[in-house]
Design a protein around this ligand. Structure first.
Ligand code: ATP
Ligand code: MG
Length: 423
């Protein structure tokens, strides 16, 4: 127990950090291009925020939340997603009084009591964006293009973009009726969860992961047939904008996001080689959410991407750039008298902005040379007994093994110039 992480969580070790940074940097860079600013909200919130903001009938709220009571008897929940928190922050800080739309992004850990397997964890990371205060389909298009741009910039091909419209409170009741009529004769065959969804939220039967429910859903009345005029023209315009931006997409009438507050546009991006956990991005419009958590009526749209799933995809395609740990200079010292000088030199080099290392364990000259290689040192400084007596030190270029003596007082100037030249 003491030496293993809790089920569904994992350590991100130094060897993995390069890949994570690369992913995060790409995301930040593309958000900057699209004009989205970063927001960081707390890891836990009042449980009620998620009950309201995600919806009581969703799997996330019903089965997956990490909820606890703190010492002050408050019910708190580790965030299972970040949209509700971002909306809470938007309302709390009255961001709607500023420039509209408010375009935000986040990167961070989320927590769900999911069944752990490849691409599915209990602590996982999401990158997501939210745009609040824009009602037209152009923001929907911008957000979908942003998501695709991130994945394409990482080098991923074979992405499948699926879109749908889930309508609005005006057109959904009609669809709800038709769905209930459709599922009524099959009610006994539905899984327990779907039987309870039948009354509460029959739309979610279409989203059920139980294979037999999937089979029963074939031929279910699609929302497309019931969309009101506004929803229908919103969807048509979105498709036109995506096409004009050169995106290919598939309309999937069974695509309903698991969350209750979604209206109109719903979309998902799949990377099919990932198999069962192929959804790398899911999102949609949530025009009812800001009001639901106590703010002024404000339209919103966003998506979330599973970062671990993207990393799995990148690994499988060898798309993660080499980010070996390396140091600029390794200082070797083999006699005690020179240790202070070696130490001071390393500290000086670091103060000058260079990456510098030295030995902590009194190793032999040979072992220190090995260490230098392990650190991928570009240069080695050898503080030899005789050289130091003459005010000198040996500088070795590890790439071509060239060696020369330089004056002690010139170390930083020379190394700075050498390192800069080689960058
Ligand atoms: P799924 O159907 O795979 O459970 P979801 O509908 O619960 O997905 P969303 O709530 O839309 O997922 O979250 C957006 C993205 O976050 C998903 O597309 C996926 O990439 C990622 N994600 C969701 N749950 C997990 C998890 N437990 N572990 C890793 N990534 C996850
Ligand atoms: Mg899920």
């Amino acid at each position: 127990m003491l030496t293993t992480v809790p089920r569904g969580t994992k350590d991100i070790l130094p060897a993995d950090i390069g890949a994570w940074r690369y992913l995060e940097n790409t995301m930040r860079d593309i958000c900057a291009r699209f004009g989205y600013e970063e927001i960081r909200t707390p890891i836990f919130e009042h449980t009620e925020l998620f009950q309201r903001g995600i919806g009581d009938t969703t799997d996330v709220v019903e089965k997956e939340m990490y909820t606890f009571t703190d010492r002050g008897e408050r019910s708190l929940t580790l965030r299972p997603e970040n949209t509700a928190s971002v909306v809470r922050a938007y309302v709390e800080h009255k961001l709607y009084a500023e420039n509209s739309p408010t375009k935000l992004f986040y990167i961070g850990p989320m927590f769900r009591y999911d069944r752990p397997q490849a691409g599915r964890y209990r602590q996982f990371h999401q990158f997501g964006v939210e745009a609040l205060g824009a009602v037209g389909p152009n923001i929907d298009a911008e957000i979908i293009i942003l998501a695709v741009t991130v994945l394409q910039s990482l080098g991923l091909k074979d992405l499948k973009l699926k879109i749908n419209s889930v309508g609005c409170p005006k057109c959904r009741p009609e669809h709800r009726n038709r769905l209930q009529e459709f599922f009524k004769p099959k009610f006994n065959e539905l899984c327990k969860d779907c039987q309870s969804r039948f009354d509460r939220n029959p739309l979610r039967i279409l989203d059920c992961k139980v294979p037999h429910c999937g089979e029963l859903s074939v031929g279910a009345p699609s929302l497309g047939e019931c969309l009101c005029e506004e929803c229908s023209s919103h969807f048509e315009k979105l498709k036109e904008l995506l096409t004009s931006a050169g995106l290919t997409y598939e309309v999937d009438t069974n695509l309903v996001r698991g969350l209750d507050y979604y209206t109109r546009t719903a979309f998902e991006i799949q990377y099919t080689p990932l198999g069962a956990q192929s959804a790398v991005c899911g999102g949609g419009r949530y025009d009812g959410l800001v009001k639901e958590v106590g703010g002024p009526e404000t339209p919103g749209i966003g998506f979330a991407m599973g970062m671990e799933r993207i990393l799995l995809a990148l690994e499988s395609q060898n798309l993660i750039p080499d980010t070996n740990f390396s140091t600029d200079v390794y200082a070797i010292c083999t006699n005690e008298e020179n240790f202070s000088l070696t130490f001071k030199t390393v500290i000086d080099l670091r103060r000058e902005g260079l990456k510098a290392e030295f030995d902590f364990n009194g190793r032999s000259m040979k072992a220190q040379m090995k260490q230098a290689n392990r650190y991928n040192a570009k240069y080695v400084l050898i503080f030899g007994e005789d050289e130091v007596k003459n005010g000198k030190v040996v500088l070795r270029d590890m790439l071509n093994s060239d060696q020369k003596e330089i004056d002690l007082k010139d170390i930083t100037t020379i190394l700075k110039a050498e390192v800069q030249n080689n960058e």
